[in-house]
Design a protein around this ligand. Structure first.
Ligand code: MZP
Length: 498
């Protein structure tokens, strides 16, 4: 056997050491733009993200709702593949056909229709926003807007007839005629609405005109949609049914595929990537690997990016069940080094994705500093309104369900297949709850603020600069104690008598 004498390490064992912060190093100047597909030196990647976030290829995380919500924020979801080809392709299609808004005439709404009916209509049509205008045209007098935010309303509110919300305007339907231009702009930006405020001479909102009314980008000063005027979306595939699954996903408009497997260093992955590259003009990532050899093997097969991580996922028991895996930080550090060497030798940059094991927001910054171009997270996204699972009350807390692809609940045996018969013989994942945390955007904004703030401490205005200049230290077990609140009595626990 070959022995790696260095212990494999995880993110919590490292900290960043600040570099000189220039006066120009402010969060507003930090860009989190990042490539996700390979590119030649001096050229632009075919696909990049505005934020380095992807949501995991999991039943309990990435459906079409999560995908549209995350794409609106600048990231990407990989829609889970452990479902029928038709269902997965339908989810992809929903994201690609997603329209920024549509208009419902107030007079078309029947008095008995409820807000839930309008939301259902919106959902069925794959729209982010419903504008309710007096005459049903996009230039008609605006009466209100319903966005997905309203999903947080109580059941009571959802069941009330829609007309009861219409006059006067309530907080449920906002964007009322007469609001000032700055207010209207805030509304548009906060909700990522693809529309243009039409204001009167006093700069008060008269109408919101929706994107579909515009023929060219020039006419839309907001320019909110990604280039092909649809949201970007990824999808997971496996090495078993790719001959049928890939054509269906490509026909549905998928932008990028990823082979979803707990161990990607295999001939099956090599053949799958090769076949996809020979037959389709679609980007494809492969993985997961945890070392230089696995990375180079998948790059040689033609992979556009490589996913890194075995056994670090929050719901994962692969290391306990099979004794394979590697501390996530060590895996990223080694693969990033191999990527850098490959880049220097060939002039081809292959992005890497750190998948699984992100517990604190700062772990994301560390993963990026260590060389990851983007991260993939399951637990993080599972906590939000937009994830596909049920929200429940357990004790005094709200939770969301979250289960692993290798659990009996998901039975995604293709992800763990090592040849032989089909079926999940033993579990590699658990079924769990995660604390409910609210909306994706609210949480993502906070996480992004933390990352940008840390990058300012490190004097880096881009991920590339962070990767090049970051200084990272190992922490001892004792200094970990120093990093939290210590030697004080926390007021919360004192008050509750704990
Ligand atoms: P986390 O963000 O929840 O820590 O980890 C999510 C990652 O765990 C996924 O992207 C995937 O790579 C991995 N995963 C998903 N299901 C299982 C399992 O059942 C698993 N073992 O390990």
């Amino acid at each position: 056997a070959h022995y790696y004498m260095e212990p494999s390490r995880t993110f919590s064992e490292f900290l960043l050491i600040p570099n000189l912060t220039l006066k120009s190093s402010t969060p507003a100047n930090v860009s989190l733009k990042t490539p996700i597909t390979k590119f030649k030196k001096g050229e632009e990647p075919a696909i990049s993200l505005n934020i380095p976030f992807s949501s995991a290829v999991m039943q309990s995380v990435s459906d079409h709702n999560m995908a549209t919500a995350l794409a609106r924020c600048g990231g990407i979801s990989f829609i889970f593949g452990s479902q029928s080809i038709e269902d997965q392709a339908a989810m992809v299609r929903k994201v690609k056909e997603y329209k920024a808004g549509f208009v419902v005439s107030r007079s078309n709404l029947k008095p008995e229709q409820t807000l839930q009916d309008v939301l259902d209509l919106k959902e069925e049509n794959g729209h982010s926003t419903v504008a309710i205008t007096e005459d049903g045209t996009s230039t008609g007098k605006l009466l209100g807007i319903v966005t997905s935010r309203d999903y947080r309303l109580s059941r009571d509110a959802l069941d009330k007839p829609i007309h009861s919300f219409m006059t006067p305007f309530s907080s449920l339907i906002y964007g009322k005629a007469g609001m000032s231009l700055p207010e209207a702009n805030d509304l548009i930006w906060d909700n990522k609405l693809n529309c243009l405020p039409i204001v009167d001479e006093q700069q008060y909102l008269q109408h919101l005109v929706f994107r579909k009314d515009y023929d060219s980008d020039k006419e839309n000063p907001l320019g909110l949609l990604d280039e092909n005027k649809s949201y970007i979306v990824g999808a997971g595939i496996n090495t078993k049914d790719y001959l049928e699954r890939v054509p269906a996903l490509v026909a549905a408009g998928v932008d990028v595929l990823v082979i979803d497997s707990s161990d990607g260093y295999s001939e099956w992955q090599y053949e799958t990537v090769k076949w996809v590259k020979q037959n389709f003009d679609v980007k494809i990532g492969a993985g997961n690997v945890v070392d230089r050899e696995g990375f180079l093997y998948l790059v040689e097969s033609g992979a556009d990016f490589v996913k890194v991580g075995i056994g670090g996922g929050s719901i994962c028991i692969t290391r306990e069940q099979k004794g394979i895996g590697r501390g996530q930080a060590s895996a990223i550090i080694e693969v990033a080094e191999a990527r850098q060497q490959y880049y220097e030798e060939t002039g081809i940059y292959v992005p890497i994705c750190s998948d699984g094991g992100i517990v604190h927001d700062y772990h994301i910054t560390l993963a990026l500093a260590m060389g990851a171009d983007f991260v993939m997270m399951g637990r993080y996204f599972a906590r939000f309104d937009e994830s596909p699972t049920k929200k429940l009350k357990v004790g005094n807390n709200f939770v969301k369900e979250f289960w692993g692809e290798g659990s009996n609940r998901a039975r995604n045996w293709q992800r763990y297949d090592t040849g032989g018969k089909s079926g999940l013989v033993f579990e590699e994942g658990v079924d769990s709850y995660v604390p409910y945390a609210g909306t994706l955007k609210e949480n993502l904004d906070k996480t992004i603020s933390k990352i940008k703030s840390t990058m300012c401490n490190c004097g880096s205005l881009s991920i590339e600069e962070l990767q090049r200049t970051a200084r990272i230290t190992l922490v001892s077990a004792t200094s970990l104690v120093e990093g939290g609140a210590h030697d004080v009595m926390l007021k919360d626990s004192t008050m509750s008598g704990e």
